[in-house]
Design a protein around this ligand. Structure first.
Ligand SMILES: Nc1ncnc2c1ncn2[C@@H]1O[C@H](COP(=O)(O)OP(=O)(O)O)[C@@H](O)[C@H]1O
Ligand SMILES: [Mg+2]
Length: 379
């Protein structure tokens, strides 16, 4: 048995539905997921994150305080995970913390992206060396900073025997077309809205966090004209590399598109939003000419049966299934991705994001925040 190499992956995604925290062992040829924990985000903190994302009445004090408060919640998540796994800080090589995106602005000469959840706080409150700030490093070498998960999808889900894609349906949906042989590149891009619009609408109309299994959407019918208006969004026609977030797809965006469609019932709007997610994914590339045979789905949207049913109908020649069938629960794929990235940084290994984010060269992602008594990377 090789000596275990335990890394923790930590993140809160666009949906802000909780902090995902996973423990994985990277000593084998394939990482193995050993323990998981989901840490709730207190309501006030979530509201503050949403205020920062919306970029309204922004105060630097709110930004700084939310950064540290979230760092503490991330630390609780790690400490709770360690209790569950019956491990101590000294067992862990490092934490890979994605943080919480509050602004993703990949266009223009001073493109930037900002993830908060202070890694200094995390390394101090857990006693574990913390690696964070993965996206800004990619941007510093000319990349979009997102999506980064396709690199892990390639490493974990690639199979020589089949042309496979991985679809992550989080708040935003991102697609990875795995590199199959030396002839093609790994392709990965943010497709557009995953759950974020459906979540916003059901939250506004029914005060629920999300539409369980897409049942409310299934009770309505997509409205063709509204759907066309939503699909008119220029982002969908952009070539990749491309990445997006809440700054584009949010409740304000939806409400602007709804002007003139006041007669459409709330359930029909939800059905239209689900159809938008399904159609925009199905139409994002020519799946057939790229020879894709199957799509492994991960992220919370993989639990939306109505959505997966629609996707299977729209792509009849492709097998659409949960990543659980490939041995990794859809809820923990992103957490695994950031533990994996931390393991690479720890070893001083560069990650080649060129074909996904448009980065100019492979680079070692992230910054390292050493804990005094924690493990030190062998750099
Ligand atoms: N049972 C379910 N039915 C429908 N949607 C679900 C279900 N469980 C989770 N989701 C959706 O998944 C979202 C969370 O997905 P997640 O992968 O964590 O996204 P993110 O990375 O943006 O945080 C929830 O906000 C919700 O929209
Ligand atoms: Mg989430």
């Amino acid at each position: 048995m090789p000596t275990p190499q335990y890394f923790i992956g930590l993140l809160s995604g666009t949906s802000i539905d909780g902090v995902d925290c996973i423990l994985a062992d990277f000593s084998g040829t394939k990482p193995s997921l050993l323990a998981t924990h989901s840490e709730p985000i207190p309501k006030t903190l979530r509201d503050n994150i949403l205020t920062l994302c919306a970029d309204r009445a922004l105060s630097l004090v709110l930004l700084g305080e939310t950064d540290v408060a979230l760092g503490r919640v991330f630390s609780h998540a790690v400490n709770n995970l360690l209790k569950k796994a019956n491990l101590t800080t000294s067992d862990i090589m490092a934490i890979g913390s994605h943080g919480q995106t509050v602004k993703h602005h990949p266009a223009g000469p001073d493109a930037f992206t900002l993830q908060i959840g202070d890694p200094n706080t995390i390394s101090q409150c857990t006693g574990i060396t913390t690696i964070a700030d993965f996206r800004r490093k990619d941007m510093a070498v000319g990349g979009q900073g997102a999506p980064l998960a396709p690199l892990f999808h390639q490493a974990y889900f690639h199979d020589d025997a089949v042309r496979r894609a991985v679809l992550n349906i989080g708040g935003i949906a991102n697609i990875s077309l795995l590199k199959h042989d030396l002839q093609n590149d790994l392709i990965g891009f943010d497709n557009g809205p995953g759950n974020v619009l459906m979540d916003s609408w059901i939250n506004l109309k029914q005060d629920l966090p999300y539409d369980r299994a897409g049942q409310w959407a299934a009770s309505g019918s997509p409205h063709p004209d509204l759907l066309s208006r939503l699909l008119d969004e220029p982002y969908f026609a952009l070539p990749f590399p491309k990445s997006t977030g809440r700054e584009l797809f949010n409740l304000d965006w939806l409400q602007r598109k709804l002007v003139g469609f006041e007669d459409v019932s709330d359930a029909d709007v939800q059905a239209t939003l689900l159809e938008l997610t399904a159609l925009s994914i199905a139409q994002s590339i020519d799946w057939t000419s790229r020879g894709i045979q199957e799509i492994a789905v991960c992220g919370g949207g993989s639990h939306n049966k109505t959505l997966l049913g629609r996707l299977s109908k729209l792509l009849p020649d492709i097998k659409v299934f949960s990543s659980a069938e490939l041995g990794l629960s859809p809820d923990w794929v992103e957490g695994m991705a950031f533990a994996w990235m931390a393991s690479k940084t720890w070893k001083g290994e560069a990650i080649d994001c060129r074909s996904v984010t448009g980065a100019r060269k492979p680079c070692i992602l992230g910054g390292i925040y050493l804990a005094e008594n924690g493990s030190k990377p062998p750099l």
